[in-house]
Design a protein around this ligand. Structure first.
Ligand code: NDP
Length: 316
């Protein structure tokens, strides 16, 4: 049972690699920078069952040899950040879209039995048509024009990449299942901060003074990693799976953090107090629950996130 995980050094992928090794898989992990993947080599059974490969998402054919002999491929690598965006096409769209098609092309050549793609709720829920109280399910797609208008480059990249992936697998007859997680937090295995845990950290340490008027689904990283494995292992898995916990407005998230951690200098308030807060919506998790995903209570996920940020010395 050999599988490949792209972007293996990332936050979600590190948990995926850990769980795959625990389940007895042999894992080939592709990374940009092997220095950032050292933590993976310390995982139990990594010495015998994990091999790392340097690979460039944008280099055609780069994944061809790595995918040969892999039964399954988990494609998680994609840019995810909000700061210092200067060239959205080069920083987001190209690696997300061309990178995904490049990986899938290697899977097609290797006759991979199933690909599991890490997409996002960012590819599902970003549309002006959402009304208060709407239940967003897997039939929803984010609107690329709306993402462009609002300069939501990350969301645009995930939407275009997932669309390109479905077009590609349809044409080539590849079996693909997609996981669409909401905002993922939880304990970090890697040595550096990732975008979603950094958001929590910057609320806690008072770096974030104002928050955007938006509501986000929040989900634990271990549940998201397990969803990928269930999507791979379940013969009946198909299509997209929203993977989400409760949807909280940023204001509710800040209030919850203040309640749980009164000792931290949390001070974020509305970016514009004259604008009414956007209503929250519901992300449907029916399909993922049928697949067997269990969701940890959100307070436990936040607790594990903060403990891990402390253990990693990111916060006192
Ligand atoms: P990380 O930033 O920890 O992981 C991203 C991974 O993608 C890293 O391995 C990174 O490599 C790799 N990567 C990023 N840009 C490039 C690039 N230009 N070329 C090659 N590799 C690249 O974040 P997450 O673990 O959170 O994200 C993993 C996946 O999950 C992404 O597809 C993301 O869109 C998706 N996702 C994340 C959510 C979240 O809230 N965290 C929510 C929904 C979906 P390197 O380690 O070298 O930087």
């Amino acid at each position: 049972k050999t599988v490949c995980v792209t972007g293996a050094s990332g936050f979600i992928a590190s948990w995926l690699v850990k769980l795959l090794l625990e389940r007895g898989y042999t894992v080939r992990g592709t990374v940009r920078n092997p220095e950032k993947a050292k933590h993976l080599l310390q995982l139990p059974s990594a010495s015998d069952h994990l091999k790392l490969f340097a690979a460039d998402l944008l280099k055609p054919g780069c994944f061809d040899e790595i995918m040969q002999g892999c039964d399954g491929v988990f494609h998680t690598a994609s840019p995810f950040f909000y700061k210092n965006v200067t060239d959205p096409q080069a920083q987001f769209i190209d690696p997300a879209v061309k990178g995904t098609v490049n990986v899938l092309a290697s899977c097609a050549k290797a006759h991979t039995k199933r690909v599991v793609l890490t997409s996002s709720v960012a590819a599902v829920a970003i549309t002006p048509k959402n009304t208060p109280g709407v239940v967003i399910d897997e039939s929803f797609w984010s609107d690329p024009d709306y993402c462009r208008e609002r300069k939501l480059w990350y969301n645009l990249s995930k939407t275009l990449a997932e669309k390109a992936a479905w077009d590609f697998v349809k044409e080539k007859g590849l079996d693909m299942v997609v996981i669409n997680p909401s905002f993922v937090i939880g304990p970090v295995l890697q040595a550096s901060k990732n975008t979603s845990s950094e958001t929590i950290l910057e609320f806690l340490d008072g770096t974030t003074k104002t928050f955007a008027n938006r509501a986000l689904g929040i989900v634990g990283v271990k549940d998201v990693a397990m969803a990928h494995i269930l999507a791979y292992e379940s013969a009946h898995a198909n299509g997209r799976y929203i993977c989400a916990g409760p949807v909280l407005h940023n204001a509710d998230l800040v209030a919850l953090l203040k309640k749980l951690y009164p000792m931290y200098p949390i001070c974020a308030t509305d970016a514009d107090e004259t604008v009414p807060r956007v209503p929250t919506y519901t992300l449907s998790t029916e399909k993922s629950k049928e697949l067997g995903v269990h969701y940890q209570p959100i307070e436990d996920v936040i607790h594990e996130t903060v403990s891990s940020l402390k253990e990693s010395n990111f916060i006192l």
